[in-house]
Design a protein around this ligand. Sequence first.
Ligand SMILES: Cc1cc2nc3c(=O)[nH]c(=O)nc-3n(C[C@H](O)[C@H](O)[C@H](O)COP(=O)(O)OP(=O)(O)OC[C@H]3O[C@@H](n4cnc5c(N)ncnc54)[C@H](O)[C@@H]3O)c2cc1C
Length: 443
Amino acid sequence: MSQIPYESAAYEASSVEGCYWTATCAAPDCPPLEGEAQAEAVVVGAGYTGLSAALHLARAGMDVAVLDRHGPGWGASGRNGGFACIGGSKLDRGQMVRAYGAEARAEWVRAEREAIGTVERLAGELGIGIDRHSDGEAMLAHSARAMADIRADAGPAGAEYGVRAEVLEPESLAERGLSAAGMHGGLRLPVGFGLNPRKYVTGLARGCLAAGVRIHGNSAVARIVREGGAYLIQTPSGRLRARRLVLATNGYASDDLPDWMRARFLPVQSSVLVTRPITAEERQAQGWTSDLMAYDSRHLLHYFRMLPEGRFLFGMRGGIRWTPAAHRKIRAQMRADFEAMFPAWTSVETPFFWSGLANLTRRLVPHVGPVGDWPDSVVAFGYHGNGVAMASWSGLQAAKLLLGEAHGLPGFVMAAPKRFELGRARRLALAGAYVWYGLLDRR
Ligand SMILES: Cc1cc2nc3c(=O)[nH]c(=O)nc-3n(C[C@H](O)[C@H](O)[C@H](O)COP(=O)(O)OP(=O)(O)OC[C@H]3O[C@@H](n4cnc5c(N)ncnc54)[C@H](O)[C@@H]3O)c2cc1C
């Protein structure tokens, strides 16, 4: 395999084993690319980014081929927490305004809102049953200090998103069915919703196929070269020539596909537990009866929601290595955190556990722009663990860029991402960052 930042097991078909969503819907049949082929546009990566781009290009009348190492939704798009929410950057409001100015911040907030609207629109247009629930999301304060910040920020946050942000006083958590141990209150922002991520990505793939897109699974792209004014794409069993290129590999990208990508991204693991169905009595006993999706205010946050089918999903950052031992360790840590936050559920089993790769950039903002100086090319990545909505929107913007249409990309999203230090060993820096943020979270 080409130059990948993690152990090769992270990129194998089996890395999605244990994922609860896999059994909830069947993937369409996508045969590998065989022999010589042509298309007007080629998209590498069949997650939300690639499929959203492909759909828009096909609707504009273009002949599009999508190539994926495994198949639609095999990457993060088929195995995430299903929060269709605001986010995509790790910069908070103050940091973004200081770095890029108030106008750029306003453009970003517009993009976040449009991103959620994109998911809603695509699911509606394509008739995808996404198991939608949750009117917005709640952030629960893990400390008195975090609650003080929430009180101070509720007004500006609501004003920025054009909604009423609701402060959840500590004593109201129980009556709202949002009781988790150690929480000091919270904030509900009525923006976003929960969905089944695999149903959504599979629906996008079926929508692409219906629009005439060719999707090839088991077609890992080994090389992309420019030749005779076109892109020549090499897979194990085929070769495809196309004038336009969309690179949509996000956390599963390689440092040499093409060389311009080297160290411009940092994949990070996120991991998820899903319980067996929780009975009504068990929900009452814990005091968690709400369908609101939620996360806590830690830097190393936990995200959780009661699924419509009555199972509870609980996620957090994953390990630094992709090995069985590292996964055993993170699974035990997650189980301990789950029991600490939901003590009435210590006897509720969590039969499903899996991990996947999300992606960061050095400036902590997503990137959508050309692949270096390659003409008619776009790459989109780096949603910082919040890509259900932002990747769907970025794929659409990528298509607009290629088509020369008006787009809504803030300038800082289009600026070429800086490289991380440490080259291919860059993920090792995460160890120090996790210790540091863990210490901050004790305050
Ligand atoms: C465990 C987990 C939980 C998450 N929870 C949430 C959440 O609740 N809400 C939220 O908004 N975001 C969440 N995210 C992030 C979100 O899932 C991602 O940002 C989003 O799915 C990115 O979509 P994508 O299409 O860009 O990339 P991906 O879905 O990762 O797709 C990339 C694709 O590229 C393919 N590929 C890579 N290299 C090649 C190659 N050489 N040749 C061919 N194909 C290739 C891969 O096979 C893969 O299918 C989570 C992520 C993880 C891992």
